[in-house]
Design a protein around this ligand. Structure first.
Ligand SMILES: [Zn+2]
Length: 278
């Protein structure tokens, strides 16, 4: 089958998962899905375009085009003036952004990536508790303080990536960063914008982890890391939309899944609230 053939067109993103989505469509899907799940609330103002671009790993022009197209479709709206900017529409249109389906169809892949991150990150936390030096601990503390101060989910997400990569570096093993970095970034492609107060709460776990590293307590470091990552099975979109994760995935304290593939925003929000922090 050659690219551009009719058969290729028939296998459009919906059927092929997010690997077929271009950068523009992934931004559209991630923001529209966060709106449909109620993670971004009607009337909420979006962060500046450059921050969105950085946090979602795309160019600024791409991010701007995505926002414009979502405005055209009634998911977002532009407002002029001092209180203006790009906001979630007051009554956002749902069901129009078909790229969301590519994300939904990748649920098994997302659960696998979470488990891969869990496996690597528990080992990393254990080693970092023995090997982290004073300057590395300082850097981690500074990142935790910065995540407490940020004003948007986009800024938080950028700091979060730096924080977890810095912990991998604190193991002192170059191969830890080499293996972990790509695994983390692969999973990040599925992250959605989250309410900032929820993210700030999850930063409490970052602080606990840094304290465990500073206290040279590998067991505590692994325990915090396990909680921080394992809960993603429930709090990433795969946990908020159902269906359930594959058999064998441990889900202690999992929230009851919302019924069907399109839960109400309230159902998603309460599932998020009742789960542990990320
Ligand atoms: Zn984190």
């Amino acid at each position: 089958m050659t690219p551009g053939s009719p058969l290729t067109a028939l296998k459009a993103p919906v059927l092929a998962g997010i690997r077929r989505l271009n950068a523009l469509d992934t931004v559209r899907a991630r923001i529209a899905m966060a709106v449909e799940l109620g993670l971004l609330k009607p009337g909420e103002r979006l962060p500046p375009t450059d921050e969105i671009a950085r946090s979602l790993g795309v160019g600024e022009i791409t991010a701007r085009r995505a926002l414009v197209s979502l405005c055209d479709e009634g998911v977002l709206e532009r407002r002029r003036g001092r209180t203006g900017g790009t906001l979630v529409a007051h009554r956002p249109v749902t069901g129009r952004v078909l790229e969301i389906e590519a994300y939904r169809s990748a649920a098994d892949e997302v659960h696998r990536l979470i488990d891969e991150r869990l496996l690597l990150e528990c080992g990393i936390a254990h080693l970092a508790a023995s090997n982290a030096g004073p300057r590395q601990l300082e850097e981690l503390e500074a990142l935790v303080a910065q995540m407490d101060r940020v004003s948007s989910w986009a800024e938080f997400h950028t700091c979060d990536e730096r924080f977890h990569t810095a912990i991998a570096a604190a193991t002192g093993l170059p191969s830890a960063v080499g293996q972990y970095g790509p695994a983390l970034r692969e999973l990040y492609r599925y992250y959605l914008p989250y309410p900032l107060d929820y993210l700030r709460e999850s930063n409490g776990e970052h602080a606990e982890l840094v304290a465990a590293l500073a206290g040279r307590d590998p067991l505590k470091a692994v325990d915090v890391t396990r909680r921080h990552v394992q809960t993603l099975h429930q709090t990433m979109f795969v946990g908020l939309i159902g269906p359930q994760p594959p058999a064998g995935v441990p889900l202690a304290g999992a929230p009851s899944p919302p019924g069907g593939p399109s839960p109400s925003p309230d159902a998603a929000a309460s599932a998020l609230a009742s789960s542990e922090c990320r």
